[in-house]
Design a protein around this ligand. Structure first.
Ligand code: AMP
Length: 251
């Protein structure tokens, strides 16, 4: 892993320093976590923030979906178990996820900054992430916690359609693709994720409350939590995130 402190993101050309004074705090390589319930739109926000800040996007859910798309007989027993847990709406064991992330961080050029989406999801994972980033000399800057009422989470999850090929997300009502059932970006068919089906959605919400909500206190306690209201259009939420980040980081 290389850490280059002099990275400037694509939005660092002055456009984001509206007042024009000094360097934008968002132009340095940031390490951020996106937190929030299933269906809150972390993946969509990750794409928008990545475009804006130019950082690398690490989604453990996308990694597992890529692994799950391979022939089952080629998977290790640990990964086969992970794929089964995911389709039941349960969390993959901490050791498995932490190893996967550790492996990716070792290969990653951290000079661009990094956005963790869907990781960590438990307190032990958050502690492991702190240790891994400390060892790289690149501690976590902030955690954007997306807040939305549970009924809206359910509505978003049940209408979500995902591209198996490129991972892009759409919504049958709120963000329909130009051609029904077809990905706008790569033209592949859209599917409903098995874990977005109603029975599994309820398990995921329970798991979120039990295992992931404690992370809110964990990060608040260390002064790294930035609450963001996740209501509204994706671009509005992304803009809200950018402003909240700038305030938090002191820009
Ligand atoms: P996501 O796309 O982030 O909603 O992740 C899809 C599913 O992958 C989750 O419901 C979990 O079953 C599994 N998963 C993803 N990230 C993690 C994690 N950090 N810890 C445990 N399980 C995870």
């Amino acid at each position: 892993v290389t850490l280059t402190p002099d990275h400037t993101g694509p939005s660092a050309g002055g456009e984001s320093t509206a007042a024009g004074e000094g360097t934008d705090v968002l132009s340095r390589p940031l390490r951020l976590v996106l937190l929030g319930g299933p269906g809150v739109g972390k993946g969509t926000q990750a794409e928008l923030l990545m475009d804006r800040l130019g950082m690398y996007h690490l989604s453990t859910g996308d990694m597992f979906r890529a692994i799950g798309a391979k022939p089952p007989e080629t998977l290790t027993p640990v990964m086969q178990q992970a794929i089964e847990l995911i389709s039941g709406g349960r969390l993959v064991p901490d050791e498995t996820v932490i190893e996967l992330v550790r492996h990716h961080l070792e290969e990653q050029d951290m000079g661009r900054g990094i956005l963790f989406d869907g990781f960590p999801r438990t307190v032990p994972q958050a502690e492991a992430l702190d240790r891994m980033l400390e060892a790289l000399g690149a501690p976590l800057d902030a955690v954007l916690d997306y807040e939305l009422e549970e009924e809206k989470l359910i509505e978003r999850l049940s209408g979500r359609r995902t591209c198996l090929q490129c991972g892009a997300s759409f919504h049958v009502l709120n963000l329909p693709p130009k051609n029904e059932g077809i990905c706008d970006h790569c033209g592949s068919p859209l599917i409903q994720r098995t874990d977005d089906r109603p029975a599994t959605v309820l398990v995921r919400l329970q798991t979120y409350h039990r295992k992931t909500c404690p992370l809110i206190d964990f990060y608040r306690g260390s002064g790294r939590l930035i609450p963001v209201t996740a209501d509204g259009a994706p671009t509005t939420i992304a803009q809200r995130s950018i402003e909240a980040l700038r305030r938090h980081l002191g820009g």
